[in-house]
Design a protein around this ligand. Structure first.
Ligand SMILES: [Zn+2]
Ligand SMILES: [Zn+2]
Length: 239
């Protein structure tokens, strides 16, 4: 499968759904793949964008855009077709001045247009009537396209595996008096001293408070002895 073949199949699928469910009234949009997963789990399956591709030589001429989340390709052809259909209903509503969404919430008018076209519409927190599902009639139609070799199900062979970088806990560094353990948070390692104990502070990485790590030891390991704050708190290595 090449990316060309994936998009071509989605485009052919669009054209057949357009003919079967919209009397061929929808303009052909750009169909794109995008990363739909979100770190918090609230990813999307598809997108109908309000932004358009505008002809650089003629701003009256433009194309809409429908995106299919690459992560969802692996869900199978019925799911992908259902997502495409959901976005096509948005396109239909946009072209016919039907208010399909108020903010992120899908309206009852959107639901009505979906139900005319073999989708089931349910209400979901935050997205209104935006939770669509394919009816058996819809799946039968998609299956007929597969049986007639119009659609190649191999477009679902590869799914985008989206990862998110681990966020490192912010490093916390501090000056600590080796004797009394008094602590001063600081980002920069410079020399300061405890007037009370008359010793220089050591510089510590306190990111994990249960496992402090010394960065600059100004007192020859004094903090780690049984007189030092660390030795008293975490015990002394007697090797
Ligand atoms: Zn929607
Ligand atoms: Zn001190």
């Amino acid at each position: 499968m090449t990316s060309y073949e994936v998009i071509k199949n989605l485009e052919v699928l669009f054209q057949h759904l357009n003919e079967y469910y919209f009397d061929n009234t929808l303009p052909l949009p750009y169909i794109t793949l995008y990363a739909g997963a979100k770190k918090n789990g609230n990813g999307s399956h598809g997108s109908f964008y309000l932004d358009k591709y505008i002809n650089v030589n003629n701003d009256e001429d433009y194309k809409h855009e429908i995106g299919i989340a690459g992560e969802r390709l692996g869900d199978g052809i019925y799911q992908v077709a259902e997502t495409l259909m959901h976005e096509m209903v948005h396109l239909y509503c946009t072209c016919n001045a039907i208010v399909d969404c108020k903010g992120k919430s899908h309206t009852k008018k959107f639901k009505t247009e979906c139900e005319k076209r073999d989708l089931i519409c349910d209400k979901e927190q935050g997205i209104g009537w935006g939770r669509t599902e394919a009816t058996p009639a819809f799946c039968n139609y998609i299956q007929s396209l597969i049986d007639d070799c119009i659609i190649d199900t191999h477009i679902c062979d590869y799914a985008r595996y989206t990862t998110f970088p681990e966020t490192n806990p912010t490093q916390k560094k501090a000056y600590i008096c080796p004797c009394c353990g008094v602590k001063v948070n600081a980002k920069v390692d410079t020399a300061i001293a405890c007037l009370h104990c008359n010793v220089a502070f050591d510089y510590w990485d306190m990111t994990d408070p249960d496992d402090p790590k010394i960065i600059t030891d100004n007192n020859n390991g004094l903090a780690m002895t049984d007189e030092g704050w660390y030795g008293q708190m975490f015990g002394v290595d007697d090797e």
